[in-house]
Ligand binder design. Structure first.
Ligand code: NAD
Length: 500
């Protein structure tokens, strides 16, 4: 363990808390050194945290919208002031390069911007005089305590997809961040407290499956937002639903980019390289499969291959690095093993990152950009999510064959098409079975005021995160039908109410 290893505590009832039945270790991905220890909450720790949150939720729901909005604006300002610090934490624990980490903080802030407008978003509808002297109107009310369980790959942005909207809407929120890079969540909780958020409204419990399972069955948790891999998303959806909670569980991905023969080849190759290798491929919206249609295949593969010769992989803190390490040695070993399997199953390894070393960083979790051609369904590199800097290329004879391939894949997070043909692009928008679609845009991540979510095995539940769906998920609707007594209307009528 490095001499500077610290403890990343929980944040419960507005204070740091180091209770732990067990401990985990957080590593610096570029050196492999342990940089911090993290307490792993027991079910009893989770219960204590949720009870404090439930207590806080009542007061927060009753707090005026103007007060809640003022706290949100103050939080926004503090995150702006600490954006570099947040990015540095992300780079150290996750490994992504600093500019990429800064981008993730920005995307998280955009959800806070959206949540600052909550007063407008919570407005109900009013219909006067639905019947004689009777008005109807709708309300959106908070649910109580919402929980969020987040993955390692966006330690700032994904929690911020969730808690700003949940809290702005009047809920308390319990966050269980990834135990692999938990420090950013702690800083966000401290900043929110500094902004004036009452204690207990935002809680952070660190932990692993024990903490998650305690949240999924806790009677005082009303709803669960999850982002992570598909098997765990399915488990979270099934378990939390069985305990009567509303759930949105976003899972893994295998995002395809279809490149038609008429595409702008340089634009397509630049887009594929940026989207496949940014963040070392550890993005749920990374393009991991290129589908080359017709005679574009050899030209496309060559254009991607030559671009990879110029990519620099190194520590995320070095401004010269374009790609950092993978998050852990175990994850690096899994990605390398998948590339081995692709080679053994007949894929052509055109660029091989398995042997990469970085001077002075022997312990880092390095794997350089890797390009596999002639990949087919049935190979593990096609069938499984790799979540590393590996782009696989599948050849298709025609647009219908390419579409069939994309739609037959069990994942449906994002899909993109590269073409100059507006008609073909429009057809793809209509036909593709995926939640987010890019046209000459490789990573079609919606802005905060739209909602983010995939289809098929990339999302269990119905509502997507942030944007309008985020407001719906974090509130429940109520319709009031109201009459003020008018002495002229008195009298008993046992008939079913109809027009009057
Ligand atoms: P993961 O599923 O291993 O972990 C996610 C969360 O679940 C973590 O907080 C972890 O502590 C918890 N967890 C892990 N195992 C568990 C278990 N057995 N029981 C209960 N909880 C458990 O995911 P990860 O490796 O941290 O993140 C990468 C995955 O997340 C990839 O599959 C990626 O595609 C996916 N992801 C999806 C989206 C999306 O929007 N669809 C966004 C980001 C990441």
């Amino acid at each position: 363990m490095s001499a500077t290893a610290t403890v990343v505590p929980h944040w419960i009832a507005g204070a740091a808390d180091e209770s732990a039945a067990r401990w985990g270790e957080v590593t610096d991905s570029a050196t492999g050194e342990v940089s911090a220890r993290v307490p792993l909450a027991s079910a009893a720790d989770v219960d204590r945290a949720v009870r404090a949150a439930a207590e806080a939720a009542r007061g927060w729901a009753a707090t005026s919208l103007s007060r809640r909005t003022a706290v949100m604006f103050a939080f926004r300002q503090l995150v702006h002031e600490h954006r570099d610090e947040l990015a540095r934490i992300v780079t150290r624990e996750h490994g992504k390069v600093l500019s990429d980490a800064a981008g993730e903080v920005q995307r998280g802030l955009e959800v806070v911007d959206f949540a600052c407008g909550i007063a407008h978003l919570l407005k109900g509808e009013m219909t006067p005089q639905v019947s004689g002297g009777i008005d109807s109107y709708s309300l959106r009310q908070p649910l109580g305590v919402m929980a969020g369980i987040t993955p390692f790959n966006f330690p700032v942005m994904v929690p911020m997809w969730m808690f700003p909207i949940a809290i702005a809407a009047g809920n308390a929120f319990v966050l269980k961040p990834s135990e692999q890079d938990p420090s950013a969540s702690l800083l966000l909780a401290r900043l929110f407290a500094q902004a004036g958020l009452p204690e207990g409204v935002l809680t952070v419990v660190n932990g692993d499956r024990e903490a998650v399972n305690a949240l999924l069955s806790h009677p005082q948790i009303a709803g669960v937002s999850f982002v992570g891999s598909t098997p765990i998303a399915r488990h979270v959806y099934e378990t939390a639903s069985a305990h009567g909670k509303r759930v949105q569980a976003l899972g893994g991905a295998k995002n395809h980019a279809v490149v038609l023969p008429d595409a702008d080849l340089d634009l397509a190759a630049d887009g594929l390289v940026s989207a496949a290798y940014g963040s070392a491929g550890q993005r749920c919206m990374a393009v991991s499969v290129a589908v080359a249609v017709g005679d574009v295949g050899d030209r496309l593969v060559e254009a991607v291959r030559t671009r990879l010769e110029d990519l620099t992989t190194g520590p995320g803190t070095d401004p010269a690095s374009q790609m950092g390490p993978l998050v852990s040695s175990a994850h690096r070993a899994r990605v390398a093993e998948l590339v081995d399997s692709g080679e053994a199953e007949g894929a052509q390894v055109l660029v091989d990152g398995r042997g990469l070393t970085v001077d002075g960083h022997d312990g880092g979790h390095w794997l350089g950009p890797t390009l596999l051609d002639r990949v087919r369904p049935g190979m593990r590199v096609y069938d499984e999510e790799i979540f590393g800097p590996v782009l696989v290329v599948v050849r298709a004879e025609s647009y219908p064959e390419a579409l069939q391939l994309v739609n037959a894949n069990p994942y449906g997070n994002g899909a993109a098409i590269f073409t100059r043909d507006g008609g073909a692009a429009r057809q793809f928008e209509q036909d593709v079975v995926a939640g987010m679609v890019g046209v000459n845009v490789p990573i079609p991540v919606p802005m905060a005021y739209h909602s983010f979510g995939g289809w098929k095995h990339s999302l269990f539940g119905d509502l997507h995160v942030h944007g309008p769906d985020g407001v719906r998920f974090n509130t429940r609707g109520k319709v009031v039908t109201r009459r003020w007594p008018n002495p002229a209307d008195r009298g008993i009528d046992l008939g079913f109410p109809v027009l009057s």
